[in-house]
Design a protein around this ligand. Structure first.
Ligand code: ADP
Ligand code: MG
Length: 260
């Protein structure tokens, strides 16, 4: 499903959060949004989810203006995503039960989806009995089971350690390749954006405007992102992180010398 933003502006009272955002996200495209904390990225996702309304301009999903939440547009966020009083299987099945699927069928499908995210054997566990990484696997299963046409991910792996995060990125990448939803991914992890996205939008400080847009051209098969080194440097520079610091090189060399 295509997403279209037409001069989308959002204010909360006097606080201008998003300024005349124009963009079209193609059906099946994966777009990462990066930008300083508080610039308005989550707000943008909430508008696509139908949880917030634009102050001016329009968000369209397919041909229709977004006015309310709908099951074909699913939002996944960092934590507190699962109901603690339900087992993993019940949590996943709930997404279908909300859409009036019979309970038995929902449970059966939930068990299949838990297996797709490698959680076989954990169906009857409660969220607090499994690791953070397993909870996010479960959250992905719950998001995908309803076969959303638009998947909105708000720093989905932000609470995980670096290694678990990379594993989960691979799980997500595989699910996206198989299911082909349109994806908007908010992340503060530039490597995550480069690994998963077809296109990266870098936002300014609030009110968020697009500073630059990068089309990645080809899709990395692994976490080796060396082919994207130039884009990575540019994105980080736009975020105010200088990777060309001339003082950095001698310091590293000195350290290596010490180890040798
Ligand atoms: P980001 O996700 O980029 O870190 P957010 O979209 O969460 O930023 O927030 C952008 C700004 O809008 C912040 O200053 C935040 O305090 C403010 N904001 C977000 N949601 C609301 C709301 N419902 N009411 C008032 N202010 C809000
Ligand atoms: Mg946010």
């Amino acid at each position: 499903m295509q997403l279209h933003f037409e001069r989308v502006t959002k204010s909360f009272g006097d606080l201008r959060v998003i300024e005349a955002f124009d963009n079209t996200i193609a059906d099946g495209e994966i777009v990462a949004l990066v930008g300083p904390s508080g610039c308005g990225k989550s707000t943008l996702l909430h508008m696509v989810a139908g949880l917030q309304q634009a102050s001016a301009g329009e968000v369209r999903a397919g041909e229709r203006p977004v006015t309310a939440p709908a099951p074909q547009r699913t939002l996944v966020f960092q934590e507190h995503a699962l109901y603690p009083w339900m087992t993993l299987e019940q949590n996943v099945a709930l997404a279908l039960e909300f859409q009036n699927h019979p309970v038995e069928e929902a449970r059966a499908q939930a068990s299949e989806w838990l297996s797709r995210v490698k959680l076989d054997g954990f169906e009857a566990y409660y969220p607090h009995q499994v690791s953070g990484g397993m909870r996010q696997r479960c959250a992905l299963a719950r998001a995908f089971i309803a076969r959303p046409q638009v998947l909105l991910l708000d720093e989905p792996f932000g609470a995980l350690d670096a290694l678990t995060r990379m594993t989960l990125q691979s799980v997500l990448k595989e699910l996206i390749e198989e299911e082909r939803p349109t994806v908007l991914l908010v992340t503060h992890d530039v490597d995550e954006a480069l690994y998963l996205a077809d296109r990266v939008l870098v936002f300014s400080q609030r009110p968020a405007r697009v500073l630059e847009e990068f089309t990645l051209g080809h899709i990395p098969k692994s976490h080796d992102l060396s082919a994207f080194a130039d884009i990575r440097r540019e994105v980080l520079a736009l975020l105010g992180i200088d990777t060309d610091d001339p003082s950095a090189e001698p310091r590293r060399a000195h350290k290596q010398g010490e180890i040798a």
